[in-house]
Ligand binder design. Structure first.
Ligand code: FE
Ligand code: FE
Ligand code: ZN
Length: 279
């Protein structure tokens, strides 16, 4: 089995997201730790955090996958942007401890013309500055589509970042199916091959969460436009094979498909039906 859920809004607090996901029929979720376009994060009320933690345990949720801000660019050429990103990362990582043992996922960054080598160095330096031995969170680098100067466009790039991180046991990868497809990995026709390659380069033990999206563009397009399950170029049969792949079991799968609540509820139901059929 896999854990399934979608992105939720933190507007009504943390426990409220857990309740909403129960209503949606899922058992994991993602939320932005702050406004995805930057800005402040919502204050965490300790009682609200504790109530969510209780709900997660009672309802046997899989790990949550909190998402860092899109504006956080740890390898920007502009120093003020980079320092701002570092601030966000440090605060987010501290705040994650209200929710012990969950995942914190973020986009590695865009090197904005400095070159991939420099990007790798800056991202690893950032992580080395904020990760601490006692933290319970695992930080997940997201696989990216390779738009512009985006980092994380290949498994090799992610591997190079991880290689330079001192506290390696705090770091994993979030596998975004739309992004890897757009980056040129054919998860529709050669899923085994792609996962085998991931294992060779990074190690499947580092693959901790999946962003479960179809793509509006063909493989290798480097576009990053998500599509509803089965309505994009990856297609429903391939999405089903991904959800049922033995190497991806017991992981949280987060839908980031362009949907309203009803659409998410329907996709969660579809994934649960696949799991029931397969047992
Ligand atoms: Fe993302
Ligand atoms: Fe994603
Ligand atoms: Zn995306």
């Amino acid at each position: 089995m896999i854990y399934i859920g979608c992105h939720l809004s933190v507007t009504n607090g943390y426990e409220a997201m857990g309740k909403t996901m129960c209503d949606f029929g899922g058992n994991t979720f993602a939320y932005f730790t702050r406004n995805p376009r930057g800005g402040r994060s919502k204050d965490i009320i300790p009682e609200d955090a504790a109530a969510l933690n209780r709900l997660l345990e009672e309802q046997r949720f899989g790990k949550l996958v909190a998402h860092g801000s899109y504006t956080m660019n740890l390898c920007a050429a502009k120093e003020s942007t980079r320092l701002n990103g570092l601030d966000m990362l440090e605060q987010d990582i501290q705040r994650m401890e209200f929710f012990p043992h969950q995942y914190y996922n973020f986009h590695p960054g865009a090197h904005t013309g400095q070159g991939a080598e420099k990007g790798i160095e800056l991202i690893a330096d950032a992580l080395n500055g904020v990760l601490f031995p006692e933290m319970s969170t695992t930080v997940l680098l997201e696989t990216m589509a390779g738009k512009g100067t985006e980092m994380g466009r290949s498994f090799e790039e992610l591997r190079e970042i991880i290689d330079r991180v001192e506290l390696k046991d705090k770091v994993g990868v979030c596998f975004d199916t739309c992004h890897v497809w757009d980056a040129g990995y054919d998860v529709a026709n050669d899923l085994d091959g792609v996962l085998h390659h991931f294992d060779d380069v990074i190690g499947l033990d580092r693959l901790r969460a999946v962003h479960f999206n179809d793509s509006k563009n063909p493989c290798g397009a480097h576009k990053d436009r998500h599509e509803k399950l089965g309505q994009g170029y990856i297609g429903m049969e391939a999405m089903k094979r991904i959800a049922l792949h033995p190497a991806l079991q017991n992981k949280p799968f987060i839908l980031e498909t362009p949907n309203d609540d009803e659409g998410y509820i329907a996709e969660i139901r579809t994934v649960k039906e696949w799991m029931e059929e397969s047992t």
